[in-house]
Design a protein around this ligand. Structure first.
Ligand SMILES: [Zn+2]
Length: 132
């Protein structure tokens, strides 16, 4: 009786494991399905689609088309102005002149023209940005 029960349980385990366990064909987990137990969790790059995939591809190439990284430090002088990327020919910029400032000076930047903050004298320049 006990041996018959073990044979039935072994057969059920073999059916759950798939035809490979029974010696009939390839295993059930071949192909695109990858189990988590074998370390098969898809990475972000593998499962990303749409805009997320474009961003990951751009970061892999070393470019920053969506301005995800902080801007490069510069002095803000006429010779080394703050470069403001823009996809259009104009962009509104706010200057927080000091760290503890309670007001922001806004100014429009136009393509090809440098602007100067009226309060602190920092220079800003618009640079064209191309989207992928
Ligand atoms: Zn300022």
């Amino acid at each position: 009786m006990a041996s018959r029960l073990f044979r039935v349980c072994g057969a059920l385990r073999a059916v759950r494991a798939g035809p490979a366990a029974l010696g009939r064909g390839p295993g059930p987990l071949m192909g695109s399905c990858r189990p988590a137990t074998s370390g098969g969790m898809p990475t972000d790059e593998e499962q990303a689609t749409g805009m997320e995939k474009k961003v990951l591809d751009a970061l892999k190439k070393g470019t920053d088309p969506y301005c995800l990284y902080p801007p490069k430090a510069c002095q803000g002088t006429k010779d080394d102005p703050h470069l403001v990327p823009s996809v259009s020919s104009a962009r509104l910029v706010g200057c927080i002149c000091e760290e503890d400032a309670t007001e922001i000076y806004y100014m429009w930047l136009h393509k090809g023209k440098m602007e100067r903050c009226p309060s602190c004298g920092t220079h800003f320049k618009l640079v064209p940005l191309e989207m992928p």
